[in-house]
Ligand binder design. Structure first.
Ligand SMILES: [Zn+2]
Length: 320
């Protein structure tokens, strides 16, 4: 298959620190201080940049503003990622859960502050947004679009969402700090579309300068297809799925924590998070195998190039 026939693949990575993950699992009694946080960013970014560099991947990093704001070291790490050709986009200021349930004013603040912090570091305004825990609805989408961003990539539905909603208190000791996954259903499209203002799940016929870039799910059962789930699933399953997956396009999702393990000073309490105890070496090996399967059918593209092409919009600032 030559490149022209290949469908597009975007690789994105959510930069969720142990602090934000502990918030998700409602672990409130563990201190993860600034030194540990900076060491986390340094070690994880060294590994992820090395991994992407080795596979010749330019990825999109969704970063949280408040962790960058007060640390010259972390700012510098983000700047180095940007200078290596990766995109730096908006994952809110403080990574609150249940964003879709917040007031308009609070949602705006979360997005604007994060934009400003990124712009100060890279000199480039973010055009992409991802809501923490994928808590998204029409209100959030419309605010993101009104603020001048060009795409949202929080559209995520899998069969596990309704299951987790029902069983979270059984599965996790304290339940999960994700009041709301947003207004997402199994009607969610699996291709890029312009979300309608009244109902973001429905593609708009008007030419709005804004896109939704949703995540894929498997055809059978509607299971998630992102790296954390794939690392957790047996290889016999992942090998089959990653070879067979055939979507109109692919948004593949990593989390920075997948480049760390329990030998890296991650609080023991986070052992509830999938794959934390799996050695980094094994996770990297498996991730690489999945990506090499995807590269057979999909052509890697950068999110900004992809969005610019689809919106036919020349005002999206490009790097360098
Ligand atoms: Zn996150």
């Amino acid at each position: 298959m030559n490149n022209q026939e290949k469908k597009k693949l975007i690789i994105s990575i959510d930069v969720d620190s142990p602090i934000k993950l502990m918030n998700f699992y409602r672990i409130n009694n563990v201190v993860f201080d600034q030194n540990k946080l900076e060491l986390f960013y340094e070690t994880a970014f060294n590994r992820v940049l090395d991994f992407f560099n080795r596979l010749n991947i330019k990825a999109t990093f969704f970063v949280v503003g408040d962790e960058l704001q007060n640390s010259a070291n972390i700012k510098n790490i983000i700047l180095q990622a940007y200078k290596s050709g990766h995109e730096i986009e908006n994952h809110t200021y403080s990574h609150p859960f249940g964003l879709a349930t917040f007031s308009e004013e609070k949602i705006k603040e979360e997005i604007i502050l994060c934009n400003q912090i990124i712009e100060k570091i890279t000199g480039v305004t973010p055009v992409g947004f991802r809501s923490p825990g994928c808590s998204i609805n029409s209100k959030v989408i419309n605010i993101v679009a009104d603020l001048g961003l060009k795409y949202d990539s929080s559209g995520f539905w899998s069969i596990l969402i309704p299951l987790i909603k029902v069983f979270q208190s059984v599965l996790f000791k304290n339940g999960l700090n994700n009041a709301d996954f947003g207004s997402v259903t199994n009607k969610l499209m699996q291709y890029p579309y312009i979300p309608s203002e009244n109902n973001w799940l429905i593609p708009d016929t008007k030419s709005r300068q804004f896109l939704e870039l949703p995540f894929p799910r498997t055809n059978v059962l509607g299971l998630p297809f992102y790296n954390c789930f794939n690392l957790w699933a047996p290889s016999i399953y992942t090998n089959y799925i990653s070879k067979k997956t055939n979507k109109p396009y692919m948004m593949y999702l990593f989390h920075i924590i997948e480049f760390m393990d329990s030998s890296d000073g991650i609080p023991e309490e986070l052992g509830v998070h999938p794959n934390i105890k799996t050695p980094v070496k094994d996770k990297i090996q498996k991730s690489e195998r999945i990506l090499s399967d995807l590269f057979e059918c999909y052509e890697l593209t950068r999110a900004r190039d992809f969005v610019r092409l689809l919106l036919n919009n020349n005002c999206i600032a490009n790097e360098k």
